[in-house]
Design a protein around this ligand. Sequence first.
Ligand code: SF4
Length: 424
Amino acid sequence: MTTREAKINLMGLSLPKMQAFFLELGEKPFRASQTLKWIHQRGVTDIDAMTDISKPLREKMKSVAEIRLPQITQEFRSADGSCKWIVQVESGSSVEMVFIPEAGRGTLCISSQAGCSLDCSFCATGKQGFNSNLTVAEIIGQLWWANQKLAGFGVKPAQEWSEDGKPAQNPRPVSNVVMMGMGEPLLNFENVMDALSLMMEDQAYGLSKRRVTISTSGVVPAIDRLKDFTDASLAVSLHAPNDELRNELVPINKKYPIKELLRSVSGYMEGLSDRRVPVIEYTLIAGVNDHRQHARELAVLLKDFPCKINLIPFNPFSLSDYRRPSSSSVSNFRQILHEAGYTVTVRTTRADDIGAACGQLVGEVGDNTRRSQRYRDAAEAQKGNEQEFAVEQRSETAAEVTGKRFSRADNLAIEIDRPRRPSV
Ligand code: SF4
């Protein structure tokens, strides 16, 4: 094992896998904790810098292993303190991650796949097609980089943020992680589970299970097996109150309809040792799923399903005809759910000056599915038609169409799991 490619990447090893690595070397398993601390708490990527490990052992480690990170190719800092980084992974694609600071906490939104094989109708990531699952190192590497960029190594663990929203002295900047970036995390199951275990491992990042959230579009078999691997928090991209509409918005619903999905999520939540509820994510799209009747239907659907509801006003992107709902329709929708007894939040826009607000995440994906080309062709055809129409009508329509951004229209649920948030 002498080539760079053949070496084991220690960045991607969970505690049990790191222990197995040292056992394989004929060493004691406690070396795993030492190594995890060096990498994930002190930010060290040079094995020679691990000074409490003997030089002969470091040489032995270096002969078979190394520490490899995904590359940060661009960084954007928002006026509101948010940050977005473009992360290049080994497949050659790029994904995005975003850090959103708020009073009492800092949330990092992490990607799990380059592109997505599902094709939710309101989501630009889905329209990019699919390239690859991220490795464990590429997933946990996003958290490593955020700590590195935000000077988070060597400071106190994130859970020392107090639950009343006031930060403890000198807390770690990333206190919450949401698996809500690009991709469906449960379709990259094994790698995401290992990355989650590192996030919550005391020898690594030590994040509380309440502060690490998986967001899923509803891969029921994976949710059914989730409790055997993790006790992280859960968010569900529902977006519709009935199967007919959800089939249109979230096509995986045709395979795993709402009733099955809610049954599976309930099973997971009931298996947790504490009383947590899932967050239901509902993207409000003008004229599609934002009518008062939809709110009433949603209230009935979830009446025996303990949860919080997060409403996300849709952000338009160039390959979608959907529109953002009016403030009054968002407000009416929220009010109906609130009066029905639900805790409801409406996601606020952050970091839109750096293209990192909800609905603006999109990477560079080498699509393996040809889906992105089909969407581009359709958009070009439509744009041509609209430009012709605009010329005839001497209107601004075509300029508006071409000025739209190709952006991701889903899943920066930064409002989730906020402790002691008042009902609205
Ligand atoms: S919403 Fe999530 S699951 Fe659906 S296409 Fe987008 S990234 Fe994939």
